[in-house]
Design a protein around this ligand. Structure first.
Ligand SMILES: Nc1ncnc2c1ncn2[C@@H]1O[C@H](COP(=O)(O)OP(=O)(O)OP(=O)(O)O)[C@@H](O)[C@H]1O
Ligand SMILES: [Mg+2]
Length: 371
C-alpha cells in the first residue's frame, strides 16, 4: 500500500478556522485564488515533521488571528501496519506538543516513524544565488528528513553558541567557556558528520540515476568548517579539533562579537553536473529544474535508507514548467510511490495528471473536493 494521508484536520491554523479533508492515496491537487489558503495547507502538513515547517515561521504566527482556540493539525496516516493518528498543536508557552495515537509522544521526532515530509516553495527560487544561510537551512532540512534528530542538534548547537557569544562579551569564567565549547564541539561534530554522510549518500544515488531522470543532476559539496582544516577521520577527533579551534579563536571572536567559524557558517556548493556550471549561473528555469531533481533524488534516498517515502509538498511548481517538463515531473512523482500535494491557481496546469490525482478547491480557508 502507498503510505498516505487519509484524513487531515486543521483547527485555528492561519486562515483556517476549522477544516477537514478526506483523501485517498492519489496525489492531491489544491487549486484556488491567491490568498485562499493553498500554501497554508501545505504548511500545516509540513509541521507534522521536526522543525518549524515550510515557512520556518515561529509557532505563534500559525495561530489563526481572531480565534480563541489554540492552533492544531491532525492527520491519519495509512501505513502497512494500519492507520496512525498524528497530531501537533500549540502549547501555552509558545512551543508545541505532539500526540501519536492518542498519547503524548516522547519527542517531536517520534512523528518521523510514521511520516517524512519534503517541500519546494516559490520562496526557494533564489536558493542557489541567495544567502548561504538559506542553503544551509535547506541542507539541514534534507538531513533531517533522513536523520530526524538532526534538527534538534542544530538548534541545541545554536543555543550553546549564543551562550558562548554572551560569555565572550561579558568576559565570563574561562572554565565555563571551555565547558560550553566542549558542548558545541560535540554537537558541531555530530552536525557536520550528519551533513557529510547525507551528502555522500545523496551524491552516490544521483550518480547512479543520471540516465533515468528528466531533471538535471547536481554536484554537491560543503565549504570547509575552518579555513586550512584537514578534516579528521573520526567523530572524536573532529570534536577535539573543534574545541581546540574555538578555544584559540576566543580573542578574535570576542572582538568580532560572534563565533566566526564552525558548522553554522558552512555553505552548500551546488554545481549543475551536466553543464559543469555553478547552479547560481543557470537560468531561472534551469535552477528550478535542478532543485526539483535534487528533491526527487533525496526523496528516493530517504525511501531507500528508511523505508518511508516522504510526502512531497510542491507549492506552485507546475506553473514554472513547460508542458514536457510538467509531464516528466508527474511521471517522476508517480514513480516515487508517495502522495504528493501540488498547488496552483489554475486547474488546467494539472490536466496531465488526469485520474492520478484528487482535485481540491480552496476558497477563503475552506476546502472542497472538485468535480
Ligand atoms: N495567522 C493567520 N491568521 C489568519 N490568516 C492568516 C494568518 N497567516 C496568514 N493568513 C492569511 O491566509 C491567507 C492565505 O494564505 P496562503 O499563503 O495560504 O495563500 P495561497 O492560497 O497560497 O495564495 P497564493 O496563490 O497567493 O500563493 C492570506 O490571506 C494570509 O494573509
Ligand atoms: Mg501560495
Amino acid at each position: 500500500m502507498i503510505r498516505h494521508i487519509s484524513r487531515l484536520r486543521l483547527t485555528a491554523f492561519r486562515n483556517y478556522a476549522s477544516a477537514a479533508l478526506d483523501l485517498d492515496a492519489r496525489h492531491v491537487v489544491l487549486t484556488g485564488p491567491n490568498g485562499s489558503g493553498k500554501t497554508n495547507l501545505l504548511e500545516a502538513i509540513s509541521v507534522l515533521s521536526p522543525g518549524r515547517g515550510l515557512r520556518g515561521a515561529s509557532f505563534d504566527t500559525l495561530q489563526a488571528q481572531g480565534s480563541d482556540l489554540p492552533w492544531a493539525v491532525a492527520a491519519t496516516i495509512e501505513t502497512d501496519d494500519g492507520p496512525a493518528d498524528i497530531g501537533t498543536g500549540a502549547l501555552p508557552d509558545g512551543g508545541r506538543r505532539v500526540r501519536i495515537n492518542g498519547a503524548n509522544a516522547r519527542s517531536i521526532e517520534a512523528m518521523s516513524d510514521y511520516l517524512r515530509v519534503l517541500w519546494l516553495t516559490p520562496a526557494m527560487d533564489g536558493l542557489f544565488s541567495g544567502p548561504a544561510g538559506d542553503r544551509r537551512r535547506f541542507l539541514d532540512r534534507l538531513v533531517t528528513t533522513l536523520i530526524p534528530g538532526h534538527s534538534a542538534t542544530v538548534s541545541d548547537f545554536e543555543k550553546a553558541m549564543r551562550q558562548r557569544n554572551k560569555l565572550l562579551e561579558e568576559d565570563g569564567d574561562p572554565r565555563w567557556l571551555a565547558a560550553i565549547e566542549a558542548q558545541m564541539a560535540e554537537l558541531g561534530a555530530s552536525i557536520h558528520l550528519n551533513r557529510t554522510d547525507s551528502l555522500t549518500h545523496l551524491q552516490a544515488l544521483i550518480a547512479q540515476s543520471l540516465d533515468d531522470t528528466s531533471f538535471p543532476a547536481a554536484r554537491l559539496s560543503l565549504t570547509p568548517l575552518f579555513e586550512d582544516l584537514v578534516e579528521p577521520a573520526t567523530s572524536a577527533e573532529l570534536e577535539a579539533v573543534l574545541a581546540q579551534r574555538w578555544h584559540g579563536l576566543r580573542p578574535l571572536d570576542r572582538a568580532a562579537g560572534r563565533t566566526t567559524s564552525g558548522p553554522h557558517r558552512v555553505d552548500l556548493d551546488v554545481i549543475h553536473a551536466q553543464k559543469s556550471m555553478p547552479a547560481a549561473l543557470g537560468s531561472t528555469g534551469e535552477q528550478k529544474a535542478l532543485l526539483i531533481g535534487l528533491i526527487l533524488a533525496h526523496a528516493r534516498l530517504v525511501r531507500l535508507r528508511t523505508g518511508i517515502v516522504p510526502f512531497l509538498l510542491l507549492d506552485e511548481i507546475a506553473a514554472h514548467l513547460d508542458p514536457d517538463r510538467r509531464r516528466a515531473l508527474f511521471a517522476a512523482l508517480d514513480g516515487l510511490e508517495t502522495q504528493c500535494f501540488l498547488t496552483g491557481t489554475d486547474p488546467v496546469l494539472f490536466e496531465a495528471l488526469e485520474g492520478r490525482a484528487q482535485q481540491i478547491g480552496v476558497r477563503e480557508g475552506r476546502l472542497a473536493h472538485r468535480g
